[in-house]
Design a protein. Structure first.
Length: 140
C-alpha cells in the first residue's frame, strides 16, 4: 500500500515519509546483512552456474546502493529505483539457485533409487533366522 502511494504522489506527509524512509532503510539493512552472510559461501555445482563462485557475488554482481543516512530529508526516486532493481535481482537469483538446487536434489534422488533398484537381490544364507523370529521362539 505504501509503495503504491509513493508511486502515485510526489509529496508525502511527515508520517508517510517516515514510514517509507524507515521501510527502505530496514529493507536495505536486511539485504546488506544477507549479502554479508553470503560472502564466505561458495556456489555448489549447479547447471549453468560457475561452481565455487562466491554466493554474494552471484546474487549481486555489483555494489549495493548506499544506505539512507539519518540526515536525508527526501527519498530520491533514482535511489528507490536502483534499490528496488537490486532487491529484485537478488530475489530472482536466489529463486534461481533454489530451483536449481531442488532439481539437483531430485536428480540425485532418482539416481540413488535407480542404483539401489539395480542391485542384485541376495538370498539370506541357508539356516538364517531373522532376529525377530528367534526372539519370538524363545518367548513361547
Amino acid at each position: 500500500m505504501l509503495l503504491q502511494n509513493l508511486a502515485e504522489t510526489s509529496e508525502l506527509d511527515q508520517a508517510d515519509f517516515e514510514q517509507a524512509f524507515n521501510l527502505f532503510r530496514e529493507a536495505h539493512r536486511t539485504l546488506e546483512r544477507s549479502l554479508v552472510t553470503a560472502r564466505p559461501l561458495r556456489m555448489p555445482p549447479l547447471k549453468n552456474i560457475a561452481e565455487g563462485e562466491r554466493l554474494a557475488g552471484y546474487l549481486l554482481p555489483r555494489s549495493l546502493v548506499h544506505e539512507l543516512s539519518d540526515t536525508e530529508r527526501s527519498l530520491d526516486g533514482k535511489w528507490i529505483a536502483r534499490f528496488m532493481e537490486q532487491f529484485t535481482e537478488v530475489c530472482d537469483r536466489a529463486q534461481r539457485i533454489h530451483s536449481k538446487s531442488l532439481g539437483a536434489i531430485l536428480a540425485l534422488q532418482e539416481k540413488i533409487a535407480h542404483n539401489w533398484q539395480s542391485l542384485p537381490v541376495k538370498s539370506p544364507p541357508s539356516g538364517f533366522v531373522p532376529t525377530s523370529a528367534k526372539q519370538a521362539s524363545t518367548t513361547d
